[in-house]
Write a protein that binds this ligand. Structure first.
Ligand SMILES: [Fe+2]
Length: 402
């Protein structure tokens, strides 16, 4: 299915092209004040980790990172050890990566392919579906019910070529309810058939300081004047379209430049899907073209303290690059490391130090920064919600802002 077959995607792009033609711009109603302590207070940080990262479904990995039966991946999700596996049946499963004997990680490699996981401590063995297959020296160990000693299973679902999972085994929120229909738009990328090209991890400031930067285009021509905007073509405007807490950002001037003069039948997937797609609370997906069509997925996770986060930059490519394309793809990805590390996160780390030691009571988000405004409001709403209230926050099929 092409992107333009999705009526929402066509409508979103038409909206920005029309605004650019009319020289109008959609703004939110008010300037928003966010307490500076939201970025610096350890108590607030603990609430965010507990109520957001240890509760909500998160986009954990692209499906193409575990393409084959037996593939697995271990990860630390804000302090929780997670093991993702793809079974012989092709299904992805998620577990707490903790042996039910004494608790250490049963899998320690970052990724791999395995039919079973043997705990490195005493040799208990678990299958791809989490079941306890064998206890070492079982007769000596004594009688236990193996069927009750499977790895702790976690909610997980694959949607739009992305793996979503929560680290809360008792999550009452359905993953599809959380997605609010947004996955139907992401489906247009067809990520399930893409390839993992490369990935790396960058250290950043408080996860919300880092994430704010993915939610605005306001800073693009200023902070990135010598890099992303070396051509001088980037505007500072964005339109925000929301499905619950998930938002797609479109640059209206770019939409007009690339699409405005073409009949809609000639609007191609790469053109209508560019811009930034965010998945609450911590994912940004942005399109690039060096060495062939690609996206950089930025996956942000809080670090151990309020002033630290870790961003995994995951570069996916629509097709495996040819030998000639590979150097250009590496160059594209290396460029994005420099932009984010030396411009966004360097600025963000300075912002963190200033907020830690400065006198600002609050920071401001303008009427043109509706994306970050919505993000901060959703963060507050989710933190305030009890487990029972959580699913009522997510609209069955949110209306886009168009
Ligand atoms: Fe930036």
């Amino acid at each position: 299915m092409t992107a333009m077959a999705n009526p929402d995607i066509a409508r979103i792009m038409r909206h920005s092209v029309q605004h650019a033609r009319d020289n109008t711009y959609e703004l939110v109603d008010e300037v928003l004040k966010v307490p500076a302590s939201n970025y610096t207070d350890p108590g607030r940080f603990k609430l965010e980790v507990d109520r957001i990262f240890h509760r909500l479904p998160l986009m954990l990995a692209p499906s193409c990172e575990l393409p084959n039966p037996g593939d697995f991946k271990t990860m630390d999700v804000a302090g929780v050890p997670v093991l993702l596996t793809r079974g012989q049946d092709g299904k992805v499963r998620s577990f707490i990566n903790s042996c039910t004997h004494r608790g250490t990680n049963v899998a320690t490699a970052p990724t791999g392919n395995a039919r079973r996981f043997t705990c490195p401590y005493h040799g208990w063995t678990f299958g791809q579906n989490g079941e306890l297959l064998a206890i070492a020296s079982a007769a000596d160990f004594g009688e236990v019910d193996k069927s009750c000693l499977s790895l702790k299973a976690l909610p997980v679902a694959e949607r739009a070529g992305l793996i979503f999972g929560s680290v809360d085994p008792d999550l009452k929120l359905d993953i599809d309810d959380f997605l609010c229909g947004y996955d139907a738009l992401l489906e247009a990328f067809n990520f399930k058939d893409w390839h993992l090209f490369s990935s790396r991890v960058l250290r950043g400031p408080n996860w919300k300081i880092a994430y704010d930067g993915y939610l605005d285009f306001y800073h693009l021509p200023v902070l990135h004047k010598d890099t992303l905007n070396a051509s001088g073509q980037l505007g500072n405007r964005a339109h925000y379209h929301a499905w619950g807490p998930h938002q797609r950002l479109v640059a209206p001037d770019r939409a007009a430049r690339e699409l405005g003069s073409k009949p809609e039948e000639q609007w191609t997937d790469d053109l209508v899907l560019n811009g930034v797609w965010t998945i609450f609370p911590c994912i940004s997906i942005a399109s690039f073209n060096g060495g062939g069509r690609g996206v950089m997925i930025s996956q942000l996770l809080p670090g151990e303290t309020v002033g630290e986060s870790w961003t995994r930059q995951i570069y996916l490519m629509e097709k495996k690059p040819s030998a000639e394309q590979e150097a250009a793809a590496h160059e594209q990805f290396a460029f994005l490391e420099v932009v984010v590390r030396d411009e966004d996160y360097d600025t963000g780390l300075r912002q963190q130090r200033a907020l830690d030691h400065g006198t600002l009571d609050h920071v401001l988000f303008g009427r043109n920064e509706g994306g970050a405004q919505a993000f901060h409001k959703w963060t507050d709403r989710i933190i305030a919600a009890s487990d029972d209230e959580l699913s009522s926050l997510f609209p069955a099929r949110a209306e886009a802002v168009a």
